[in-house]
Ligand binder design. Structure first.
Ligand code: ZN
Length: 248
């Protein structure tokens, strides 16, 4: 079994398309998504249609909630709020229903679990190793995949109790491998497909190979201009187009 792990697609069809083309060359068996299918980007229906028909396991993200009326938009910054309202106005009914019913993480998948923010709060950002160290007792599996921060990499819980950061793919490469130690806990972020914020504008994802206890982090360049043109045509805030180039 090979799991394609996606997160934070954010209605970016161009990025998703490039990820699938690259991922299909290497092959995968099941698709897993850690939330935020929609919000920010201009293709919420195409992305939700695709996830709805192909992904085996999905948990909801804060933007999925916001775009279908499950979240108070007062918590969102003005740009996120504008995009949530626009998304709500264009989402087809079957996609609204699908997003509304998405489960809250963590959700168990085979020997790992998926979640959006943190194991204790789906809306919490896991940025610092110090914050993550307190979560060891809340992890039901040695391996968890999360999203929300849009930063590829994650955290390793060492046997000493210390938490170490794991980096994703460096700028000059397109992949980075991580071999999992069965004695250690891992919180792995595949990175964001549709709006990376780790200063690398390339679409991010990872593939998990349980048989050889291996994770392959991946990056691929995509048609950023195409995604930007659609964001501008939808009259979404221009910042949402500009930040795709910047990668943060
Ligand atoms: Zn997100």
């Amino acid at each position: 079994m090979r799991y394609l792990i996606l997160s934070d697609i954010h209605a970016n069809w161009e990025a998703l398309d490039a990820v699938l083309e690259a991922a299909q060359k290497e092959g995968f068996d099941q698709i897993v998504c850690c939330g935020d299918l929609v919000g920010y980007g201009a293709d919420p229906n195409a992305v939700t249609d695709w996830v709805r028909s192909t992904a085996s396991f999905v948990v909801r993200g804060n933007h999925d909630k916001a775009c279908v009326g499950l979240e108070n938009l007062d918590w969102f910054n003005p740009v996120a709020k504008t995009s949530a309202l626009w998304t709500a106005s264009v989402l087809r009914e079957e996609n609204v229903e699908y997003l509304r019913k998405l489960p809250k993480g963590p959700a168990r998948v085979s020997d790992f679990q998926i979640l959006h923010g943190s194991p204790v709060d789906e809306d919490e950002y896991l940025m610092q190793a110090g914050e993550v160290a307190q979560l060891a007792g809340y992890l039901d599996t040695r391996l968890s995949f999360f999203g929300h921060t849009h930063v590829q990499g994650g955290f390793i819980f060492q046997n000493s109790g210390l938490v170490k950061r794991v980096q994703g793919v460096a700028r000059k490469f397109d992949h980075e491998e991580l071999i999992l130690d069965p004695e250690v806990y891992y919180l792995i972020n595949p990175g964001s497909v549709g709006q990376p914020r780790d200063s690398d504008p390339r679409a991010a994802w990872c593939v998990y190979y349980p048989q050889d206890r291996r994770i392959m982090y991946r990056r691929v360049a995509y048609d950023i201009k195409g995604a930007q043109t659609k964001i501008r045509a939808a009259q979404l805030p221009d910042l949402l187009a500009r930040r795709l180039w910047a990668g943060h």
